[in-house]
Design a binder for this molecule. Structure first.
Ligand SMILES: CC(C)(COP(=O)(O)OP(=O)(O)OC[C@H]1O[C@@H](n2cnc3c(N)ncnc32)[C@H](O)[C@@H]1OP(=O)(O)O)[C@@H](O)C(=O)NCCC(=O)NCCS
Length: 209
């Protein structure tokens, strides 16, 4: 059963919201581009059923508090990608952020606005203290994008990610709530509608040390 249709955060030009089954066609069109999924363990999509299967896994992941993937949408044109929070550690109030956007939106400022929306969700709505970002050590664009919006490089995690049968090194970055509060993403105007899925609301209750 889907828990959670309502959460939506809206910025100056984009919004992020709970994905719906009807997003499969748009996500398929975007992620059939091999450049978009080049650094991922999945893709490029070859059949729309792969996008449907992805969307079909999300309600269970939300219900279990494992992963909160949101569709990034341009209200004028429809979905342009996905941004999500994963690896939730409620006791330590941290999670990991990841984003992919259709190639047309690279270099347009969309990533910055998406990260502003997702940071607002993570820090203001969910009460997290830290977001982690990962990038393959050879994925210069992603690293530069993270640093450009205030993430701090922390080092290299060796043999951290398996891709095409190989263990790859990953650069790790972080943004703390205090960094966000003092940084440029905080200034982006964000409207929040609806509520996070119940499994994530309890995050803020679990503050035991
Ligand atoms: C990662 C992603 C969300 C970043 O969004 P973006 O719009 O491309 O990022 P931006 O354009 O804001 O920032 C990229 C920066 O890298 C720079 N850059 C681009 N190509 C580069 C390259 N080959 N080497 C070094 N820097 C590069 C850009 O100039 C820019 O820096 P600047 O703002 O200082 O000029 C987007 O590229 C994407 O969806 N990629 C596919 C999915 C993906 O790989 N996700 C990340 C997985 S770790």
């Amino acid at each position: 059963m889907d828990d959670s249709g309502t959460l939506e955060l809206t910025g100056p030009t984009l919004r992020v919201r709970i994905p719906r089954a009807g997003d499969a066609g748009a996500l398929f069109a975007l992620a059939r581009d091999p450049e978009v999924t080049r650094w991922f363990s999945w893709g490029p999509y070859e059949r729309i059923d792969e996008a449907r299967a992805y969307l079909g896994r999300l309600p269970g992941q939300r219900a279990r508090g494992e992963q909160l993937d949101l569709v990034v949408e341009d209200p004028r044109t429809g979905p342009i990608g996905i941004s999500g929070l994963s690896e939730f550690a409620p006791r330590d109030r941290r999670a990991t952020i990841g984003t992919w956007l259709g190639r047309e939106r690279w270099g347009t400022g969309a990533n910055r606005e998406v990260k502003a929306l997702m940071c607002h969700l993570a820090f203001d709505v969910l009460g997290l203290q830290r977001l982690t970002g990962y990038a393959n050590v050879e994925h210069a664009r992603s690293q530069r994008a993270l640093e450009g919006i205030g993430f701090r490089r922390e080092g290299t995690l060796r043999a951290y990610h398996r891709h095409a049968g190989r263990a790859l090194d990953v650069a790790v970055f972080s943004l703390l709530c205090a960094d966000w509060d003092a940084g440029p993403l905080r200034a982006v105007s964000v409207q929040v509608a609806g509520a996070p899925p119940p499994a994530f609301v309890t995050l803020t209750d679990d503050l035991s040390d």
